[in-house]
Ligand binder design. Structure first.
Ligand code: GUN
Ligand code: ZN
Length: 438
């Protein structure tokens, strides 16, 4: 699937976190800043990384060095939760989750029945990811299998590492969006056979959330994951109090919301639960014991008035957390802006999210939460060459604050507080330049 085997060399200042940590307190000791660094890429993977002075002789004379001195190069961002068929409804006014789904989301997702429309929006969506520095994402499609074909086609054109799945939804939604347990199995299976492991693409079995699946459909989701154990599972959990009450009424014999998924075998590594705001203690314990992942989506949680994610509980239990933009309940594709809001969610609970921790969540920590830390998330030799060139002085305000900060931690913090898509100067996927700031 690779479309270019050439060698590339990139010079500039590099920042990354070198290894996975279990305790956020360890992150600072795992940071590496190389002021004048060099990255050599061969066949889309990192061949060499270190100081420019140590590596310059290794660059073949036929290779032009891309010189980004004055910029900051970081691993590509990882977005662990968003919906591509909701791009056109970001900022829908005035409602919380269940009304928002009925009035805005379902009518919008209906359009993705049309393959041509889905193709057009897939191209738009992938471009938005790249212009915001996101190089890996875990994405919901619509219920229509062709929506996921369109998305995977668009991602495969640049050999992007993308995980996606067709929504499974066989009740409590408009007729025009319903599948059945049987058709969701058949369509998901065909998509897995076509796309899972095709290039860098991976498949996620995607029951929307417990209220829109019958027990028969959750059984099917479990069967698919048993049949294809390397696939992912993505869904929503404990986002909104009315949603939780609804789940309890639909599944009265279960101990709680998460117990519904757990009892159908839908917890464990590579199972990603978006939101997790109102969890009860046994649910935190279940996420920890099963090694499941949480996608923390601050802009969405604030926008829909869902509540504040309790980061400290996840830290204390060492539960994997990744950052999610949750487009279209989230209001930005931009990971810097998402981290900016995460900081405020922490502040509202008397917690403090450091710049190093934030960058970890958006890069190596996000990769770890998707079981991809051996392939992406840092500049370790052998990893896939997905990275972003950040412009720390993209606006006059950023310039002013940058000039008035000295320590690296402060410069990074200002970057993620004031940064947006203007900060993303270049994006590279698979060693190839895929976005240049206009
Ligand atoms: N819960 C079920 N579906 C959705 C969705 O599309 N967005 C959000 N934020 N929550 C959901
Ligand atoms: Zn979502």
């Amino acid at each position: 699937m690779r479309y270019d085997n050439s060698v590339k060399a990139v010079r500039g200042s590099f920042f990354h976190i070198t290894r996975v940590v279990t305790d956020p307190a360890e992150i600072e000791s795992c940071t590496q800043f190389v002021e004048d660094g060099l990255l050599i890429i061969r066949n889309g993977c990192i061949d060499w990384f270190g100081e420019w002075r140590d590596g310059r002789e290794l660059v073949p004379s036929t290779v032009r060095v891309r010189d980004y001195r004055g910029k900051l190069i970081v691993p590509g961002f990882v977005d662990t939760h968003l919906h591509y068929p909701q791009s056109e409804m970001v900022g829908a006014y005035g409602e919380q989750l269940l009304e928002w789904l009925n009035h805005h989301t379902f009518p919008t997702e209906r359009r993705y029945n049309d393959l041509e429309y889905a193709r057009e929006m897939s191209t738009f969506f992938i471009k938005q990811l790249l212009r915001n520095g996101t190089t890996t994402a875990l994405v919901f499609g619509s219920v229509h299998p062709q929506s996921v074909d369109a998305l995977f086609e668009a991602a495969s054109r640049i050999n992007m590492r993308l995980i996606a799945g067709k929504v499974m939804m066989d009740r409590n939604a408009p007729d025009y969006l319903l599948d059945t347990a049987e058709s969701s199995y058949r369509h998901s299976k065909a998509l897995i056979d076509r796309w899972h492991g095709n290039g860098r693409l991976l498949y996620a079995v995607t029951p929307r959330f417990a209220p829109t699946s019958t027990p028969a459909q959750l059984e099917v989701a479990c069967a698919l994951r048993k049949e294809y154990p390397t696939t992912y599972l993505q869904t929503h959990l404990s986002e909104n109090r009315d949603e939780i009450a609804w789940v309890k009424s639909l599944y009265p014999t279960h101990k709680g919301y998460l117990d519904v998924y757990d009892s159908f075998g839908l917890t464990g590594p590579n199972c990603v639960f978006a939101h997790c705001i109102h969890l009860e203690e046994p649910e935190w314990a279940c996420l920890q014991e099963t090694g499941s992942t949480i996608a923390f989506c601050p802009t969405s949680n604030l926008y829909l008035g869902s509540g504040l994610f309790q980061m400290d509980k996840a830290w204390n239990r060492q539960i994997q957390v990744g950052m999610g933009t949750d487009i279209g309940a989230g209001t930005t594709f931009n990971m810097l802006q998402t981290l900016n809001e995460a900081y405020k969610v922490a502040q509202l609970q008397g917690l403090c999210l450091s710049a190093f921790h934030s960058f970890y969540l958006a890069t190596l920590g996000g990769a770890r939460s998707l079981g991809l830390d051996d392939r992406i998330g840092s500049f370790a030799v052998g990893k896939e060459a997905d990275f972003v060139v950040l412009d720390p002085v993209a606006t006059p305000m950023q310039q002013l604050r940058y000039d008035n900060s000295t320590a690296l931690r402060d410069k990074l913090f200002v970057l993620l507080t004031l940064g947006d898509d203007r900060t993303i100067y270049r994006t590279y996927v698979d060693g190839q330049l895929v976005h240049e700031r206009g």
